[in-house]
Each structure stands twice: as structure tokens, then as C-alpha cells.
Ligand binder design. Structure first.
Ligand code: AKB
Length: 350
């Protein structure tokens, strides 16, 4: 439960919501390794893994829908930046669309409002970092998907999942709170410094995703490393863009550090490589020759992945804040995923 800090003065912090999720794990480790001197306060419904707790200043176990908690954060801290990672992912959200909407949209509004109030009391806009997703897209059919190739930020924005609808709407809310919030009041709002990356499917060597629809790739790799058979819920030829976790963290940190005047957009695609499910399986089998991988498509989940682009155009991010991934597909598998995952499961066996 939330316990009041004993500290006497308002401290400057980075607030990370949903910190115990996959991206939170990567981000906390990276900030710690960079010896970033900012105080990091994390908020998550399930607290934070023990291994990460010494790397942050405070762990708050709580809900972004709890207004009392949001008020306490407002009063207790001087928030320099909010990294709002908390969300219910795409598959999870389809099982309970209304509660996904509450968490993904109302939760985001609560954080945007917190940023506005903080900005007002500090006299300058708070940076607000928001991860969106390729789930905002909705390609009408697989022929269009194959023909279009890399899609820019403004095309085919017709999501077919609650999660995709929530992410797309929250991208707009970020722009609205940044520029137009309270536009009719006498005292104009200070706004906020909203920065958003649209992530492709993410693959981490350290954690397993829960509740996503791009999870077939990480699930396949982790299953093979544990010697477990894996049944893919999408067919061999289903293709989407992917990125490994170190590049996702790099994207968040680079965007957060970019000088505001260089940024001409609020929302940026980022990408590294694009793979079909069978290409993931081939790479897994090349490294784990005994891997048992079969394909038993689940029609509705496959339909969701088919509505996402085969690739995204991230040229705006490359031009405006110098984005480029460190890991192409070979490096991702050969230097990060396979050795780290192999070592992780071998160590946990012994
Ligand atoms: C999901 O599958 O929900 C996410 C995503 C693509 O945003 N991983």
C-alpha cells in the first residue's frame, strides 16, 4: 500500500508508471547503468521485482486510477518527467474492453492532468514520455498489407482492437493536453511536453510479455531455450516489425533527451527489423536444433496481427532526433537474444 515518504522537502523525480512490466524492467536497469542522477519513483499495481528495487528511490504499489494517490504524487514531488508505461496489452484488453479502456485511457488522462498541474506549479511544461504501438494501425486486408510495405505515422489509422483504439486516442490526448488544454480559459494552460514513440513488437531476453498479440515471437524463443514445445497462434507467413528491448529503451531515452525545438511531431514510429513467424522459427531452430515449433493459427488473434503493418516508416524519428537501432536482425539474435536467453535458462537449471 502507499506509504507517505518521511522526506521533508519536495524532491525532483522521474515518475515511471507500469514499472514492473517489460519496458519498465529495461528502462530502470538502463537508467541505473547510466548512473543517471535523477531520483526515480516507480508506480505499479504489483510493486517492483526485488532485483530492481535497489535501483530506484521509491516503489509505490498502487493504481493509476486512484485519484488520491495521484494527488499525493502531485503534492509530494517535483516531477521532471513522467514515463507512462502502465497499460493492458492487446490480447488482454480484448477479454475486458471496458476495463482496458479505464486503465489505458482514464489512467492516461490522470497522468496527463498530473503533468499539467505539475507544470503549472513549476512554471514550465513537464516532459511526458508515452509508448504507443503498431496496434494503432488497421490494414484492411493482407493484400494491402503486403503491397504497402513500410507505413508512415498518418496512414491506415483504423485499429481493430480496444488497445489500438486506446493508444491512438491517447496519442491525440497527449497532443491536446500539450497544446489545447483549457484553450478557452482566461489563463492559458502551460501545457506539457508530450513525446510519443510507436513501438513494434518488442522482444526482451530477460522478461516474457503478458497479454500481447505480438507475443508469438518472444514466446517461441523462450520456449525453445527451455526445451518446451511451442504452438504458434499465428501462421508461418504472418509478418510484423520487431525490436529488441535494448533498442526500445534507447528510443525512449533518445527521444526524452532530444531538444524540444528539434521535434516537429508528437508521435514517431521506430523500428529495427521485420520478420514473419516462420523466419523467427528458422532463427530459433538454427540455434536450438531440437526446438519443436508448430503453427496452429487462432483465427481472431491472427486477424489482429494481420491488421498491423508488415513494416513501419521511421524516417521522421531518424531525421529529427537521430534515431537508429543498434540491433539489426542478425545482431539481435546472435549477440543479444540467443546468448542471453540461453545463459538465463542454463543458470536457472543449475
Ligand atoms: C501487443 O501485442 O499488445 C503489444 C503491441 C504490439 O503493442 N506488444
Amino acid at each position: 500500500m502507499f506509504a507517505r515518504s518521511q522526506r521533508p522537502i519536495r524532491e525532483k523525480i522521474i515518475l515511471i508508471t507500469g514499472a514492473n512490466g517489460e519496458v519498465g524492467h529495461g528502462l530502470i536497469r538502463q537508467l541505473y547503468e547510466m548512473q543517471d542522477t535523477s531520483e526515480v519513483v516507480v508506480l505499479d499495481l504489483s510493486g517492483l521485482d526485488d532485483a530492481l528495487t535497489p535501483m530506484v528511490n521509491r516503489v509505490i504499489t498502487g493504481d493509476i486510477l486512484d485519484n488520491e494517490l495521484i494527488n499525493l504524487l502531485l503534492n509530494e514531488y517535483e516531477i521532471d518527467m513522467i514515463v507512462h508505461l502502465a497499460a493492458l496489452l492487446s490480447t488482454h484488453s480484448e477479454f475486458n474492453p471496458e476495463s482496458a479502456h479505464r486503465v489505458n485511457v482514464q489512467g492516461t488522462i490522470n497522468l496527463l492532468k498530473l503533468a499539467i498541474e505539475q507544470g503549472r506549479s513549476r512554471g514550465h511544461p513537464v516532459r511526458f514520455l508515452y509508448p504507443s504501438s503498431i496496434a494503432v494501425y488497421g490494414l484492411p486486408d493482407v493484400q494491402t498489407k503486403a503491397q504497402q510495405g513500410a507505413i508512415d505515422e498518418n496512414s491506415y489509422l483504423y485499429p481493430i482492437t480496444m488497445y489500438g483504439c486506446n493508444k491512438l486516442y491517447c496519442e491525440h490526448l497527449g497532443r491536446y493536453y500539450a497544446e489545447f488544454y483549457q484553450q478557452l480559459s482566461a489563463a492559458k494552460s502551460i501545457g506539457l511536453d508530450f513525446r510519443c514513440v510507436r513501438f513494434p513488437g518488442l522482444i526482451s531476453a530477460h522478461t516474457m510479455p503478458t497479454g500481447g498479440t505480438s507475443d508469438f515471437a518472444p514466446e517461441m524463443i523462450h520456449a525453445a531455450a527451455q526445451g518446451k514445445p511451442y504452438e504458434s497462434f499465428v501462421a508461418e507467413d504472418v509478418r510484423i516489425p520487431f525490436m529488441v528491448m535494448p533498442d526500445a529503451i534507447k528510443a525512449l531515452i533518445s527521444l526524452s533527451e532530444a531538444p524540444r525545438e528539434q521535434l516537429k511531431h508528437y508521435v514517431y514510429n521506430v523500428s529495427s527489423f521485420s520478420l514473419s513467424a516462420s523466419e523467427v522459427a528458422d532463427r530459433v531452430k538454427a540455434n536450438f536444433p531440437d526446438a519443436e515449433i508448430s503453427f496452429e493459427p487462432h483465427a481472431a488473434r491472427q486477424n489482429i496481427v494481420n491488421s498491423w503493418p508488415a513494416d513501419v516508416d521511421d524516417s521522421a524519428a531518424r531525421q529529427e532526433w537521430d534515431w537508429s537501432p543498434d540491433y539489426d536482425v542478425d545482431r539481435a539474435f546472435n549477440e543479444y537474444l540467443i546468448p542471453t536467453i540461453r545463459q538465463y535458462y542454463e543458470t536457472s537449471k543449475s
